[in-house]
Write a new protein. Structure first.
Length: 88
């Protein structure tokens, strides 16, 4: 699996583009998390192994995490991250 993250402080947006990910297990989907010093919140869901998610609120984001969650998503991550990317 690989992923590309692009972030614009000026625009307040972040784009996460995944490549070559495995298809999630039945009844699961990938969920992207924006992680700040104050916690984490969902940036969106993806049912496909190659997809993109755009987040509109990136203030204070230090990391981006990806987990496999139930298909409808979770309020907080229920597993450890499949991928954890530090933003500089």
């Amino acid at each position: 699996m690989s992923a590309t993250v692009m972030m614009s402080d000026d625009k307040g947006k972040l784009a996460f583009v995944s490549h070559r990910m495995l298809v999630p297990a039945s009844e699961h989907a990938y969920q992207l998390w924006l992680i700040t010093p104050h916690g984490r919140h969902s940036a969106g869901m993806s049912l496909r192994p190659t997809s993109s998610v755009v987040a509109d609120s990136v203030a204070g984001v230090r990391h981006v995490g990806l987990t496999a969650e139930p298909e409808g998503g979770s309020q907080q991550p229920t597993t450890g991250p499949i991928e954890l990317l530090a933003l500089t």
